[in-house]
Design a protein around this ligand. Structure first.
Ligand code: ZN
Length: 262
């Protein structure tokens, strides 16, 4: 499931490759992928727009378009974009095709949970998924003191905190586990028991893990992280502490090392 580093990498790559191009045609192979507006106005309003930028916010992908419209896409479980020659065979999981000037931009989605909304600035300001999003963890404004304010007097499991999109945007199940291993914190540890030293270590781990993943990720074929690699490889703690434990924490399947995560 795509998380901040995956969506960021995809946004950067699309920005490089499709910025400036005009949308010449719109094909909805699975119309239910589009939530707003109805298929006919969706096609009509997109047609002829120029893509001025592609960005990420939380786990959302934004296509900024001429005429002040934004195409907002959530990839959910299996959504992805690819650029293909117009004559290339259409993959069976293709849901939407935007014909650009030099290629087709195709949205594929095996599980069909991904969705798109074409929004005016007003609609975008009221868009439920975006309005309540928390701070971007890679934004310079996400400082140690700011993180301490976010934790505040909340009593939450520390993994639950990392997954709260209204507090910090973009972290999902996998990178939360990597971050907590890096910070040597047990995922169920209550936030109001963290020392200021532990909060500082956790803040640095969030920044480091996500920055490194964005730098190294070549799309979400494989997550990037020392802990995530070890989990895939042999299920042992990379610090040599033996087998990782798996438990349900914050409603999610969670891996951790019972020896170094306290
Ligand atoms: Zn360990």
């Amino acid at each position: 499931m795509p998380e901040l580093p995956d969506v960021e990498t995809l946004a950067r790559s699309l920005h490089r490759r499709v910025r400036g191009q005009r949308i010449r045609g719109v094909r909805l192979l699975t119309p239910s992928t589009v939530r707003h507006p109805e298929p006919a106005p969706f096609r009509r309003r997109l047609q002829g727009r120029r893509i001025t930028a592609v960005r990420r916010r939380g786990k959302y992908l934004f296509f900024e378009l001429s005429g002040d419209l934004t195409l907002v896409v959530h990839l959910r479980m299996t959504g992805d974009f690819s650029l293909s020659a117009a004559e290339a065979p259409v993959h069976p999981h293709t849901r939407v095709i935007l014909t650009l000037e030099t290629a087709d931009l195709r949205f594929t989605d095996l599980r069909r949970f991904g969705h798109m909304d074409l929004l005016t600035p007003d609609q975008r300001a009221r868009f439920p998924g975006l309005r309540g999003l928390g701070i971007e963890p890679l934004d310079p404004a996400f400082t140690g003191p700011r993180f301490r304010i976010i934790i505040g007097t909340r009593r939450l499991g520390v993994k639950a905190l990392l997954l709260r999109q209204d507090l910090i945007a973009g972290i999902g199940n996998l990178y939360a586990d990597e971050i907590l291993w890096q910070a040597r914190l047990h995922p169920a540890r209550a936030t109001d028991t963290l020392s200021s030293q532990e909060v500082a270590v956790l803040h640095r781990a969030i920044r480091r893990v996500l920055t490194r993943a964005v730098r190294r990720l070549s799309r979400y074929r494989r997550p990037v992280g020392v802990f995530l690699d070890a989990r895939e490889r042999d299920g042992h703690c990379p610090r040599g502490h033996g087998p990782l434990r798996v438990a349900r924490v914050a409603g999610r399947t969670t891996y951790f090392c019972p020896r170094c995560q306290r």
